[in-house]
Ligand binder design. Structure first.
Ligand SMILES: [Zn+2]
Length: 217
């Protein structure tokens, strides 16, 4: 299936031609083949300005297991467009988005739910996370030296300190979280109260849950 998706995403860049006949003269006008905004694509085909730290492609996560074969960030095209726009805003201010997780197959969601069955931290696979729909990202920010900003807790910290409403942190930490949230919201994302790192594309909430493994070659 992802082979098919990859072919589709590549075709986005291919130029087609159509013939137009005007005043007895035939000529060809290049046109760009469009793909649907809901098509799954690979972020790296649209931007090289992201920093990758895909935790589920390593054992450094709460599952203590490498559950992705490779560290690719797949998302629906509309999510990619919004994320690239947000990253441009961060870059203008001297920062970049660091990615922890993007699209997540439903089978992985089930493994997560089995370990942490608390909807404040892991979505019930019966409903499906927006990650399973290709509309959510788990992110942080790095500065010009590649150093991660202090957000108060690590990614996937399961406790109240990870929430946006927790205010017993230094001004610096609170302002880092606020900065991340402000730019993401300006670019069409919603924040999630109990996880400072999680953002949902507003227009992606109702897309279908998907369960596919991507091709790592
Ligand atoms: Zn998330």
């Amino acid at each position: 299936m992802l082979h098919f998706i990859k072919t589709l995403s590549l075709s986005f860049f291919l130029l087609g031609t159509i013939s137009v006949c005007a005043q007895h003269e035939a000529y060809e006008v290049p046109t760009e083949q469009q793909i649907a905004d809901t098509t799954f694509v690979n972020l790296k085909d649209y931007s090289t300005d992201f920093v990758y730290d895909m935790k589920y492609a390593t054992e450094d996560n709460f599952l203590k297991a490498k559950v992705y074969d490779c560290a690719e960030c797949l998302l629906r095209l509309k999510t990619v467009k919004a994320l690239v726009a947000a990253n441009k805003d961060f870059i203008k201010k001297g920062y970049k988005i660091k990615l922890y997780d993007c699209y997540r197959p439903l089978s992985i969601q089930k493994k997560m739910w089995a370990i942490v069955s608390n909807p404040n931290y892991v979505a019930d696979p019966k409903k499906g996370s927006i990650h399973n729909r290709g509309g959510a990202v788990d992110i942080s920010l790095v500065d010009a030296d590649g150093k991660e900003l202090d957000m108060g807790t690590s990614f996937d910290f399961f406790g109240p300190e990870a929430g946006h409403n927790y205010t017993k942190f230094s001004k610096n930490i609170l302002s880092n979280r606020k900065f991340l949230k402000k730019i993401m919201i300006q670019n069409g994302f919603n924040s999630f109260d109990s996880e400072w790192w999680h953002y949902n594309l507003k227009t992606g909430l109702k897309d279908a849950v998907s369960n596919q493994k991507w091709n790592c070659n």
